[in-house]
Design a protein around this ligand. Sequence first.
Ligand SMILES: *Cc1c(COP(=O)(O)O)cnc(C)c1O
Length: 425
Amino acid sequence: MNSNQVKQIDAEHLWHPYAAMGSASQYVVTHAKGAKITIANHGEVLDGMASWWACIHGYNHPLLNQALHQQVESFSHVMFGGLTHAPAAELAEQLMQHLPAGLTRFFFTDSGSVSIEVALKLVLQYQMAKRRPKRRKMASLRGAYHGDTFGAMSLCDPDKSMHSMFNSMLAQHCFLPRPTAEFSEDIWQQWQQTLLAQQDEIAGVFVEPLLQGAGGMQPYHSEYLRRLRALCNELDILLVADEIATGFGRTGQWFACQTAGIVPDVICIGKALTGGYMTMAAMVTTSKVAQQMSASPAGVLMHGPTFMANPLACKVAGASIRLLESYPWQARVSTMNARYQAALSTIEAIAGVSQVRTLGNIIAVDLTAPVDMASFTKLAVSHGIWLRPFGNMVYMMPPYLLNDSEQALLVERFIRVLQQYQQTR
Ligand SMILES: *Cc1c(COP(=O)(O)O)cnc(C)c1O
């Protein structure tokens, strides 16, 4: 099928994320390798998105390809009910080398949102086992994003999120004020008072540690997390860290919890888990929580997806972790961060830019007006860079594996596109 036919069928029949049916604005990808995506009729673009933060090693990596080929030749999938396999066991062992200490009990799911659903069930069943049936509410943060399924949606910011039209159909949780880049004693007091006042009803607290991602790419101070950890311990409320976006090095360490110096009771990982090759996520908890939960009335964790612990996904995730262990990605992330830092004043000087911020391998630029996605993307592609802004924000989260000249080129193009776009406003 040629690319014009693809575009035509796509426009008529295929939905895209958060999109209307029938929009003809998609670009057809014919190939992707390393940091470059080839777009039909446009040529190569440097990838500034890592395909929604997942493809941390870039595309078409020989070692990940090899892992996948090997597993296909062996078996691609078997049910996880009653059966198990080396790719899952090996992956658990590898992850334990890098996760915050004590997180050793794994539930492999098929997407990030589903791992949040599983975490919700775990938290509820934990409190049931503790004979506190009134603890049925969660606390979450203003500005949060935890996924698109109904349980996950109920944890997203109820006003600002793209799901607000469903509010009347969602479980009503408790929302704490948005944390800030500088620690604010005042905001912390509000968190503390709310949790103390509602401790009889609150079962768990969900946070995206250090960086609120899809809710606006907002880094925040780690002191909030340290105090929250202590308070949750005191009240026996479970602390759930959603590291689906921040995990696997994005903020400079393997996991953002490590940067913050906390160990959560539950962690959700996804996105970069398979190096962006295929869909898989995991909910991981401590042996203490797992044991306690087993004393709940059900006795078992009530979830079991068809494609649980898919061997292909486990195998490629294992290879992705080995790859992370094999090259100095931390140095690459910090040189990328230095490049962002060096570019801050140039970007701040562009008319119509209201704020620029950076953390690890992330840079985010707020504009004073919503970005016109179609014209912005067109301009970016013409400059040889792939970006996907949202709201009034333009950001980058590129693969780590860029070499020096690719890094420089990416930042250069990012700045040039912003400048030209703002000139046309
Ligand atoms: C992407 C994301 C999710 C949802 O993951 P899916 O795989 O898209 O379901 C949940 N939480 C955070 C923080 C995310 O960035």
